[in-house]
Ligand binder design. Structure first.
Ligand code: ADP
Ligand code: MG
Length: 259
């Protein structure tokens, strides 16, 4: 896989605290009832970490990711992103930070079906301050980076699930975020394809991209460097992954799927 040319210098130097979450609570009001989705979460994530978020359905993982990604704000508590208190910002300011710093990957690939892989990846550059030529160049670079240099003109229906997710990863990277957030990115993929996606993530993390990934599969989580376990809206365990396998090595010993 090719290497993306270096992104603009990150706002923080390597090893500093990119994400600081302090006693964050989140309530959802549903008519008369109130759901307490996060119940006092405190955690720091440094530049260059690769974190797997685990926990049962309903434990607050997606709520946490939405806050990390500036898609939603805490009901109380503080969130500092590269030293900026995003919990105090307006919706417009949040959107600006999100576009500049954060890339998202979801379980469903959310690609536009009538446009090519290249056009799908190019799309976010139309909203960034780059020329059309620069946007095209970045999109091509991002597709090379995820190993799809030879599939740029294919439509989503002409790509496998794993390839579609790679397109979605390229799209998430095209504006050169400092953080990649992925909520169950392998949820729709078979086990070999899941490891292939983790190979891409490990490669990106080697190039110092900060990655936070939600998964309920231990087989997927083992490729991260750190595991954070949620239960009932709280962090119950936070541990370093020891003897982390390299996805590229694991793939060598996995049989290719027969059609
Ligand atoms: P997970 O991703 O771990 O499955 P979520 O963060 O989606 O958990 O949900 C945590 C809790 O918050 C659950 O009880 C869920 O039903 C509730 N919840 C999530 N999103 C909303 C919402 N938009 N409105 C109301 N309740 C919500
Ligand atoms: Mg979820």
């Amino acid at each position: 896989m090719a290497t993306l040319s270096q992104p603009e210098p990150p706002a923080t130097k390597s090893g500093s605290q990119t994400i600081q979450i302090e006693d964050v609570h989140k309530y959802y009001e549903l008519g008369e009832t109130r759901v307490h989705a996060l119940r006092g979460v405190t955690v720091s994530i440094r530049q260059g970490e690769f974190v797997a978020i685990m926990g049962a359905s309903g434990s607050g993982k997606s709520t946490f990711m939405n806050i990390l990604g500036c898609l939603d704000k805490p009901s109380s508590g503080r969130y500092l992103l590269d030293g900026v208190a995003v919990s105090d910002l307006s919706k417009k300011e949040l959107a600006a930070i999100r576009n500049r710093k954060i890339g998202f990957v979801f379980q469903g690939f959310n690609l536009l079906s009538r446009t090519t892989a290249l056009e799908n990846v190019e799309l976010p550059t139309l909203y960034a301050r780059v020329s059309k030529e620069e946007g095209r160049k970045r999109a091509e670079e991002a597709l090379h980076l995820v190993g799809l240099g030879d599939r740029m003109l294919h439509f989503p229906s002409q790509l496998s699930g794993g390839q579609q997710q790679r397109v979605a990863i390229a799209r998430a990277l095209v504006n050169r975020p400092t953080i990649l957030l992925a909520d169950e990115p392998t949820g729709n993929l078979d086990s070999r394809t899941s490891v292939e996606i983790m190979e891409v993530f490990q490669k990106l993390n080697d190039d110092s991209l900060t990655i936070v990934l939600v998964t309920h599969e231990p087989d997927v989580a083992q490729f991260a460097r750190r595991g954070i376990h949620f239960r009932d809206g709280k962090i119950r365990r936070d541990e370093t992954v020891t003897s982390r396998p390299r996805a590229a090595e694991v793939l060598k010993n996995m049989p290719a799927l027969e059609d």
